[in-house]
Design a protein around this ligand. Structure first.
Ligand code: P1T
Length: 402
């Protein structure tokens, strides 16, 4: 009894309220931002609340949790962490990145128009064109390297600007601040897919975006062991609308995946630092190789929007794309098959290095003519540079190119 009493005293002295300390630096926020010890036993990591429902003493008499589609303590801890690391006020976690994008699109109605980057993840393009176009939403896929292009497509029906930066797979950089100014002028929502950069490198809400979206399957999770998506916003009304959609449509993530994503967030900063270092080494090696035609990496001074990348990102990330001379499809396939440390696989952002061939894999759902317009040609290879030893990664590329 006494032990129990002392235990409770100790816990009561610990911080059980959301840790919302505004001045926390990013590396501290990844671990503590908006987190609290579990109120039941003081568990430092929130338990995996593997339950669909919660006991009520009388109808509506519960502790804030009635049904796990609506609320779950493990998911809530993750949603708070998302809000903290993106400098937002509200986070929402979904069953996948595409489920999160789907929720944003459900803010719209038939007749509304969206202006989107023309180079973007193939699955996002498929969701827009194969699902939401069928519901009467019109999409304009445009080059946004020069943001002035955006205004040419704005009319009374325009409601949303969808930006991916850096883009997947061409590593194009879009000026978020300038795009946000256009969105504000025309009273449009601006959503930014921050999957490639993560909040370690770029914080779109601080640059004026209304919604930040993540495929947390990637760098946030960081270990290629979960599929999860997220949205973060600052505005309460927008958060309420998105929460309504999340609950009404039901595309939530389960508590196990929420736990893993939260664990991933706690090491995001250390992993990202190494991803950036290795990404630079790989990009520089490829740029020096006689068989390589072009390397797409925003850290190069001759990258078209290098100055914008420098101003809105803290570093240049671990994603590198490149083409080989001759633009030969078969040679590209041979190259990815020869890799030994880089694994040929879809996805990105895990601790292990991955290689992909966008034309036949992640971007196969985009018609050849459309994808080639943005540079997704037959010889394009996309690398997600992991956190292994830099020398091993370079040697692997050398033997596969040889
Ligand atoms: O796979 P999912 O968690 O649903 O996330 C979709 C998504 C959204 N946005 C970007 C920028 C993405 O890269 C992805 C998923 N991308 C891959 C699977 C890939 O290999 O590029």
């Amino acid at each position: 009894m006494e032990t129990f009493f002392c235990f409770r005293c100790t816990i009561s002295r610990l911080k059980l309220e959301n840790n919302n300390y505004k001045k926390m630096k990013f590396n501290t926020k990844t671990i503590h931002g908006k987190q609290k010890y579990d109120p039941a036993y003081g568990a430092v990591m929130p338990p995996i609340y593997q339950t669909s429902t919660y006991a009520q003493s009388t109808p509506g008499g519960h502790k804030g949790f009635a049904y796990s589609r609506s609320h779950n303590p493990t998911r809530q801890a993750l949603e708070n962490a998302f809000a903290s690391i993106e400098n937002g006020a509200f986070g929402l976690a979904f069953g996948s990145g595409l489920a999160a994008i789907d929720a944003v699109m459900k803010l719209l109605k038939s007749g509304d128009e969206v202006i989107s980057t023309n180079d973007l993840y193939g699955g996002t393009y498929r969701l827009f064109t194969s699902i939401f176009e069928g519901f009467g939403i019109k999409f304009h896929f445009i080059g946004m390297q020069n943001v002035a292009n955006i205004e040419d497509y704005i009319n009374d029906n325009t409601k949303l600007i969808w930006v991916e930066t850096p883009t997947n797979p061409m590593m194009t950089i879009i000026d978020i601040k300038a795009t946000a100014a256009i969105a504000e002028k025309h009273k449009l929502l601006l959503a930014v897919d921050n999957t490639f950069a993560t909040p370690y490198l770029q914080q779109p809400l601080d640059l004026g975006a209304d919604i930040v979206m993540h495929s947390a399957t990637k760098y946030i999770g960081g270990h290629s062991d979960l599929v999860l998506g997220a949205l973060v916003v600052k505005d309460k009304e927008l958060a309420d609308q998105l929460y309504f959609i999340q609950n009404a449509s039901g595309a939530i993530c389960g508590p196990q995946d929420a736990f893993l994503a939260l664990r991933g967030i706690k090491t995001l900063h250390v992993r990202m630092q190494r991803h950036c270092e290795n990404g630079k080494a790989v990009a520089e090696y490829l740029a020096s190789h006689p068989k390589v035609e072009k390397v797409y990496w925003p850290g190069f001074e001759d990258h078209p929007n290098h100055d914008i990348a420098k101003s809105q990102m803290n570093d240049f990330g671990g994603m590198v794309s490149f083409t080989t001379k001759g633009n030969n499809y078969e040679e590209a396939i041979k190259f990815v098959e020869k890799l030994k440390i880089f694994t040929l696989a879809e996805s990105l952002g895990g601790v292990e290095s991955l290689a992909g061939h966008p034309a036949s894999m992640t971007h196969a759902s985009i018609p050849k003519k459309e994808r080639e317009k943005t540079g997704v040609v037959d010889s394009l290879i996309r690398l997600s540079v992991g956190i292994e030893d830099e020398e091993d990664l370079v040697s692997d590329l050398k033997q596969a190119l040889g």
